[in-house]
Design a protein around this ligand. Structure first.
Ligand SMILES: [Zn+2]
Ligand SMILES: [Zn+2]
Length: 143
């Protein structure tokens, strides 16, 4: 600690000051399209600090919740997202971490959206659609 990361062009830099609540991989189509690599760190918003300018884009996710995706307008790196129905929480794209070894997924979600292109690690709990919120927010006790 702290954990740091940045976008491709390094305009946007961030620091994570408290261990993530959980870490997972989201295979939903929107994460695939917005970022390619879809590892996520789930954080309390006050554990996250960034510098630089971000643009954002809001969508209704595959399960109907509103998601704001924040990305660098210069290089296009997707840095973090907020689920607007779950205030106080954000998800940081693990692909932007400076130390990618920090990311160890604890669950996989929306596995049904990958088609046949993806093999899943068998020891990680996986969900065809979204994981229950208890899973996403309850992993902290186990880490
Ligand atoms: Zn950038
Ligand atoms: Zn997703």
């Amino acid at each position: 600690m702290p954990i740091t990361g940045r976008c491709l062009c390094e305009n946007v830099k961030y620091k994570i000051s408290v261990s993530p609540i959980s870490q997972g991989v989201c295979y939903c189509r929107q994460c695939q399209k917005s970022g390619g690599a879809t590892g996520l760190l789930v954080l309390h918003t006050d554990a996250f600090e960034f510098s630089g300018t971000l643009s954002s884009y809001e969508t209704n996710s595959d399960d109907g919740s509103k998601v704001r995706r924040n990305f660098c307008p210069t290089c296009g790196s997707h840095v973090f997202a907020q689920i607007l129905d779950v205030p106080g929480i954000l998800t940081v794209k693990a692909s932007t971490l400076d130390d990618t070894d920090f990311f160890v997924p604890q669950y996989l979600v929306w596995t049904r959206s990958t088609g046949r292109s993806c093999a899943f690690p068998s020891k990680v709990p996986s969900f065809q659609e979204d994981a229950p919120l208890e899973v996403v927010l309850g992993m902290a006790a186990q880490t």
